[in-house]
Design a binder for this molecule. Structure first.
Ligand code: FES
Length: 695
């Protein structure tokens, strides 16, 4: 079924007995997993270029993997489709889309005449991710009639891509559990709610002035008349514009997680990442779990924005993180071949002579998220009672989205006249979960008078408490009034390593000094989530400290994987006695030592593609603004076609705003683009109706 499939994974199960289905790509016979998206099946066979653009013949591949951008168009059984949201069918004929698609020869009129069904509901929840599911369960508990719509094949939203343990509070938002397990748990709870219908494969495409909402329900256009709408549409990834940014092989971290964690595809051998927030840091970790080499991460700020524990765990494994650096350009003929980075000064300008090149074939853009809020704006404009929760409201961790979903549901219930309250502790927890990580302090040092104890390398205030909850002797405590505080070990330790097993940041090790009576050696238990075979019992490994600094050598003496450890392995290392408190991890990658300098080359910034759909360059937009003094994005769209392509300006609008800023124009002067339904392409066949009874 293709050579680029993940064969072993420490967390995800690999189904080896799947009966493949057959399809062809440009006449070549290929196989796919049943239900798999065309783009993933092509990636599994190492095909990353899906077609060529009509304007300049530039190669086109995958970008968002989420149905948002249209860069992945192919012709499937004669019809142009987005390959990332179209499943392969048995004997499907898939072709590259080179240029414009042609009309089908058979284009005779089709009989129509049926009416569009209209469904009434008390609450329409748009988005079946953590916020939407949590809200629907809350509403379902009181038998409120709801419809939850989601454009994907499964409920759970981004939770289904999250293979790592979540931070937060165990009691309030399942902290310590893996995101995908939380998603499954919420989905099955929702399915038990009798008053809640869930529509998967059902993108919402517009809200109209007659207070109806258009939805493509499993390919058929239907309308919903809700009394209230809850927007839980999540967020979309921001992007960056730099020379070469439109090459196939450059895509969002979310797209990468979809390929790797949902579809078990190994899309690359050598990866580079831009963006040191939690998304970029986690993507690096997920890549290593899939057996992909991560060449480095660049972050423009002097410090990464993600949690220190995420940063530390990837540095311990040997991934270099370049702060105060940027991607200067991406190079390659038809696909990404090299990434050039450079150091930047305090004004974010590249410093000449600091360039370095990395031979990566894939570059992930992880530079932040922006709320998906166009449906909210439409609904509010037309006077529908509208609420929002999760990332569609405020970008934060999924744990915050779950609580905000429940709170929005309670608000809806109150507005409907139910006698319910929004507990003050929910409000408090939401504000904690939404807070930025605090300053980096020192972590509480391990005790000197104990033989066995945990070393908790939690040096930054982040909302997290699983270690305090699992300690059987309750010897780990947060002294501060909230779960933002740093946990401290005080008291006795049984040596059970439950804290090592549950810590979402993999920041706890267990030191056992009883191991060697002569006090020459000690045993250190570390958490391990890398693929089987990365290390073996008996092997001597290089041990690293908290931030990836080399400590010395250790011998792997045991690897324990029990069910209660939830797929995390506890590795026992024999280390020199004096190093026991220092050892925090194992290096699996030779650390990067020196940048490979390259000859500086002028960046041709003006050729950067801003509008991917219509291939409009930065220079065209800049020149037009300078020449005409235009401040209305709608007028620029009409003149240059920027934002007029199938994605509807979802990627480029933000970049156009940035060009205004670069030109020194106050963004208050700018007229934003008008949001009109439909928010995404709707196949004409969705509107064809046979005669049916109106519901
Ligand atoms: S990659 Fe398929 S729509 Fe963006």
């Amino acid at each position: 079924m293709g050579e680029s499939r993940i064969q072993k994974h420490p967390i995800l199960s690999i189904e080896k007995t799947i009966e493949p289905i057959n399809f062809t790509f440009n006449g070549k016979k290929l196989t796919a997993k049943p239900g798999e998206m065309i783009s993933s099946a092509l990636f599994a066979h190492g095909i990353h270029i899906f077609g060529h653009h009509k304007k300049d013949n530039s190669p086109q591949g995958m970008f968002c993997a989420n149905g948002q951008c249209s860069q992945c168009l192919v012709i499937a059984n004669g019809i142009p489709v987005k390959s990332c949201i179209t499943p392969v069918e048995e004997s499907m004929e898939v072709r590259s889309l080179d240029g414009l698609p042609e009309l089908l020869k058979d284009d005779k009129a089709v009989k129509t005449g049926g009416k569009t069904p209209i469904f009434n509901t008390q609450v329409l929840i748009i988005g079946g991710g953590p916020a939407g599911l949590s809200a629907a369960i809350e509403l379902g508990n009181l038998d409120v009639k709801c419809i939850v719509c989601d454009d994907k094949q499964e409920l759970g939203g981004k939770l289904s891509l999250q293979t790592h343990n979540f931070f937060g509070s165990i009691r309030d938002c399942y902290a310590g559990s893996r995101g995908m397990d939380i998603g499954n748990n919420l989905s099955s709870k929702l399915k038990d709610e009798k008053s809640v219908q869930y529509w998967i494969n059902s993108p919402v495409v517009g809200v109209f002035s007659d207070k109806l909402v258009g939805i493509i329900k499993n390919g058929e256009y239907v309308l919903v008349k809700p009394k209230r709408i809850l927007i839980t549409t999540g967020a979309r990834e921001k992007t960056l514009a730099f020379p070469g940014c439109d090459l196939p092989g450059i895509y969002g971290a979310g797209a990468f997680q979809t390929l790797v964690n949902r579809d078990l595809i190994k899309p690359t051998e050598k990866l580079f990442i831009v963006g040191g927030g939690n998304v970029g840091l986690i993507a690096a970790y997920h890549a290593l779990q899939a057996g992909i080499d991560v060449l480095g991460i660049v972050e423009a700020l002097p410090q990464v924005g993600g949690y220190k524990v995420h940063l530390d765990k990837i540095k311990r494994l040997g991934i270099p993180v370049f702060t105060s650096h940027t991607v200067l350009r991406a190079e390659g003929k038809k696909h990404l071949e090299r990434v050039v980075i450079a150091e930047i000064d305090d004004k974010f300008k590249p410093i000449p002579g600091t360039e370095a090149v990395f031979k990566a074939d894939t570059l992930l853009i992880a530079v932040g998220l922006t709320p998906v809020d166009e449906l909210r704006k439409q609904a509010e404009q037309f006077g529908i009672k509208t609420y929002s929760a999760g990332d569609a409201d405020i970008i934060a961790e999924a744990s915050a989205a779950m609580i905000s979903g429940r709170m929005s549901a309670r608000k809806i219930l109150q507005d409907m006249g139910f006698d319910v309250e929004i507990p003050p502790e929910w409000k408090e927890m939401l504000s904690i979960l939404r807070s930025k990580p605090g300053p980096i302090k020192d972590f509480y040092k391990p005790p000197k008078d104990k033989e066995v104890y945990p070393v908790i390398r939690c040096a930054q205030e982040i909302p997290c408490n699983p270690c305090t909850e699992v300690c059987v002797l309750q010897s780990i405590k947060i002294k501060e009034p909230t779960i933002m505080g740093r946990p401290k070990f005080e008291g006795d330790c049984l040596g059970c390593a439950r804290c090592v097993s549950i810590c979402p940041g993999l920041a706890i090790t267990l030191v056992d000094k009883r191991y060697d009576k002569t006090k020459q050696k000690a045993r250190v238990v570390i958490p391990w989530e890398m693929p089987e075979g990365t290390i073996k019992i008996g092997q001597t490994v290089k041990t690293t400290g908290m931030e990836g600094e080399l400590v010395g050598n250790g011998k792997v003496i045991a690897m324990k994987k029990s069910q209660w450890q939830n797929k995390r392995t506890l590795v026992s290392l024999e280390v020199p006695f004096k190093q026991a408190d220092l050892v925090a991890g194992i290096q699996i990658k030779i650390p990067f030592t020196k940048k490979i300098p390259i000859k500086s080359k002028k960046n041709i910034d003006d050729d950067v593609i801003i509008c991917r759909c219509e291939r409009v360059t930065k220079k065209e937009i800049k020149d037009y603004i300078k020449k005409t003094g235009e401040r209305d994005i709608n007028a620029i769209k009409a003149a240059l076609r920027v934002g007029m392509g199938p994605c509807g300006g979802k990627t480029c609008t933000e970049l156009v705003m940035r060009i205004f800023r670069e030109l020194g124009i106050d963004t208050k002067e700018i007229t934003p683009p008008v949001e009109r339904p439909f928010n995404q392409e709707v196949p004409l066949k969705s509107f064809l109706k046979e005669k049916k009874e109106r519901k």
